[in-house]
Ligand binder design. Structure first.
Ligand code: AMP
Ligand code: GLY
Length: 427
């Protein structure tokens, strides 16, 4: 069967690499893809929002399944567009992707079905929001309702910071229409964890838990990014807590979506806070694979990814074979100078072959391209995800950093403390 993967980041590279190991996969196309994806798939120069061109391409090339990576086209109805043409597609419809596309929708859903999350209020009037903010005090969290490339959330430690974030979103228009409605919520504390699950309607098949590192600098300092590194499994977190999060949060949410007449098919991604007493609460839901969570979770999949996707699309996920390796994986992101603010492009990248030579590390491309001269160059904020594997986190982490050290481009930066927490005994 020939497959079309939509997207062009590290997540899509990991998906294409996993699909390329499938027994039944014929040709893999990726739109638009990137320079690394081109090694395992044929890149097609169509943007993720060009639904007509994508579906026409799929029909002309007899695509048996389309797989959608990024959040924006999902919220924009790409799955509905493929379904309207009769093309099998893995991902949620727009009405289910709203669980990520609108924080107000997500929070109201959780409240209605008693699913644990931070207390909150939603506002579309600035003065009312400001009055509420001042009454609540800091610390407090301000979120734009709509998608803002991971940058619409401010965890404010002071009221001043909170007021600035609210003003920027609602008056300054920093996030455009996404910020005209805001959610103001209680600040939770604890340890974060991501649970991704394959979902078809009420059936939830959770993947192994992972942890992301969102702030740009070591020690969780600096502004938030899309994610600077991940690891899986989480040896320092009690498996009973993960199980509790699946039973108390992920499964009830899938059932709630069915009850609301918005059955979810695809990957449901719960961002969770584990509080000091071990109680998991919901930070957010995403309607897709995480990036860079996917880069550490899919390499641990021993079963056939295409079969899992097809089972979800056909409503037989409950019976699908989904086995995971006990090995650990650690992903270290190499980012461009200046990221997460503006960054240059076109810098020559060296050392990837050397990085992969040891056999215990490999490189997923995020923002890369080929220059006119055929050189591999930077083309995004997050450039590469270097993944190390090993028997445990320590080995996988050693492999990831040894490989990352071999790669160079001008201005490259990475965090040095990815997965360090997993190796530090908790006091
Ligand atoms: P989100 O884009 O919703 O994932 O939020 C980005 C980050 O902000 C999360 O990974 C958390 O670190 C933090 N965050 C969001 N909501 C809260 C909250 N209610 N309490 C504490 N931290 C939060
Ligand atoms: N790594 C977080 C996300 O994909 O949203």
């Amino acid at each position: 069967m020939d497959i079309l993967v939509v997207g062009g980041g590290g997540r899509e590279h990991a998906i294409c690499a996993s699909l390329s190991r499938s027994q039944r996969v014929g040709k893999i196309y990726c739109a638009p893809g990137n320079a690394g994806i081109a090694q395992v798939a044929e890149c097609v120069n169509i943007g993720v929002f060009e639904f007509d061109e994508l579906t026409t391409f799929a029909l002309e090339n007899n695509i048996g399944l389309a797989v959608i990576g990024p959040d924006d086209p999902l919220a924009g109805g790409i799955v509905d567009a493929f379904e309207a043409k009769g093309i099998p597609v893995f991902g949620p419809r727009a009405n289910a992707a709203e669980i990520e596309g609108s924080k107000a929708f997500m929070k109201d859903l959780l409240k209605k079905y008693n699913i644990p999350t931070a207390a909150y209020e939603t506002f579309d009037d600035y003065d009312t929001a400001l009055a509420y903010l001042r009454a609540q005090g800091a610390p407090i969290v301000i979120k734009t309702d709509g998608l803002a490339a991971g940058k619409g959330v401010t965890v404010a430690q002071t009221l001043e910071e909170a007021e600035k974030a609210l003003h920027d979103a609602m008056v300054g228009g920093t996030f455009g229409a996404a910020g005209s409605t805001v959610v103001i919520e209680e600040c939770m504390t604890g340890e974060e964890m991501s649970i991704l699950a394959f979902v078809d309607g009420e059936t939830v098949r959770a993947m192994p838990a992972a942890q992301d590192h969102k702030p740009v600098f070591d020690g969780d300092l600096g502004p938030n990014t899309g994610g600077m590194g991940t690891y899986s499994p989480l040896p320092h977190i009690d498996p009973a807590i993960v199980e509790r999060a699946i039973e108390e949060i992920v499964k009830p949410t899938a059932r709630a979506m069915v009850s609301e007449g918005r059955p979810f098919t695809g990957v449901l991604f719960a961002g969770l806070m584990i509080e000091a007493d071990g109680t998991p609460r919901t930070i957010e839901f995403n309607a897709r694979f995480g990036d860079p969570e996917t880069q550490v979770v899919l390499p641990r999949l021993e079963s056939d990814l295409l079969e899992i996707f097809l089972a979800a699309v056909n409503g037989t996920l409950a019976d699908a074979e989904i086995r995971w390796s006990d090995e650990a994986a650690v992903c270290v992101v190499l980012a461009s100078e200046g990221y997460p603010a503006s960054y240059p492009k076109g810098r020559v990248i060296t050392g990837i072959t050397e990085a992969e030579a040891g056999g215990d590390a490999f490189v997923f491309h995020a923002g890369t391209a080929r220059s006119d001269a055929g050189e591999l160059v930077t083309a995004g904020g997050r450039v590469l995800g270097v993944v190390g594997r090993g028997a445990g986190i320590a080995e996988a982490r050693g492999a990831a950093y040894a490989a990352a050290e071999r790669i160079a481009f001008d201005g490259a930066h990475m965090r040095r403390d990815i997965a360090a927490k997993a190796l530090t005994p908790r006091g």
